[in-house]
Design a protein around this ligand. Structure first.
Ligand SMILES: C[S@@+](CC[C@H](N)C(=O)[O-])C[C@H]1O[C@@H](n2cnc3c(N)ncnc32)[C@H](O)[C@@H]1O
Length: 240
């Protein structure tokens, strides 16, 4: 009983602190993580982020969402991943940590300062530029530059992305998915697209579209605010 009360008190205190501290601050998130984590250790960087998010407002994906994300990365073992909405690099580090040895992440962030600080955190986590690339632009602009970027990669990666994480602007989810399809950037053998839902209505438009295209898409799972859709030309709609 005492443990339950103490856990409740901790949660109430964390909630009150987050409320008092108000808006999300990229600089304060970066400064906290940079100064307190053990440099070179991705696990320490993630733990420090979690500590920060306990008592400050944060845009990073939640621990439950992280669990779903990691499960998908371990299952898909993607050689090439696209992340739309890098923010301070929290989900980027979660992705990079579990990629196969030759795996590569391309991550997109609209805000230049956020992109710069997020990139520094990814480097502090011990990852190298041979493993990831940050594109500082809107997702729509980035997608247009991707075909030429992919031609410089190895043969396996040139086939396209086998995992895409969308956690940027929900109004862009559908237009960006359509652009990725048009530019033939999704791996023909199949691509998992993870959609982060923060508000109930976030996915309405994209899910309507997916429902109307069973030849190309199926919904694989919807858990903890993360929806996984599987895209494949000639999809039979059967569970994979
Ligand atoms: C919710 S945060 C992403 C959090 C991140 N996935 C994590 O867990 O650490 C959304 C980020 O997407 C960026 N963003 C918003 N609209 C965008 C767009 N159209 N293109 C690229 N980035 C965008 C924002 O600047 C913000 O940093």
């Amino acid at each position: 009983y005492r443990i339950k009360v103490s856990a409740l008190c901790h949660r109430a205190l964390a909630w009150a602190l987050r409320l008092l501290r108000g808006r999300v601050s990229v600089k304060s998130t970066h400064a906290f993580v940079f100064s307190r984590c053990t440099h070179g250790q991705a696990d320490s960087v993630l733990q420090t982020y979690d500590l920060y998010a306990d008592t400050h407002p944060s845009l990073c994906i939640s621990p439950h969402m992280s669990g779903v994300l990691e499960e998908v990365v371990q299952r898909v073992r993607p050689p090439l991943v696209l992340e739309l909405g890098m923010h301070c690099g929290y989900s980027s580090v979660r992705l990079l940590r579990l990629l196969p040895p030759a795996g590569r992440l391309i991550t997109v962030e609209l805000d230049p300062l956020t992109a710069e600080l997020g990139e520094e955190i990814i480097l502090v986590s011990g990852f190298k530029h041979s493993q990831f690339q940050v594109l500082t632009s809107s997702s729509a602009e980035a997608i247009h530059t991707l075909p030429s970027l992919l031609t410089d990669l190895d043969e396996g990666s040139r086939e396209g992305f086998s995992l895409v994480l969308m956690d940027h602007d929900p109004q862009q989810y559908l237009p960006d998915l359509l652009s990725l399809e048009r530019e033939e950037l999704l791996r023909p053998s199949g691509c998992s697209v993870l959609l982060i839902r923060r508000k109930q209505r976030d996915l309405r438009e994209i899910l309507d579209h997916i429902g109307a295209r069973p030849d190309c898409y199926c919904i694989k799972s919807e858990r903890q605010g993360v929806t996984e859709i599987f895209c494949q030309k000639g999809n039979t709609g059967l569970d994979r």
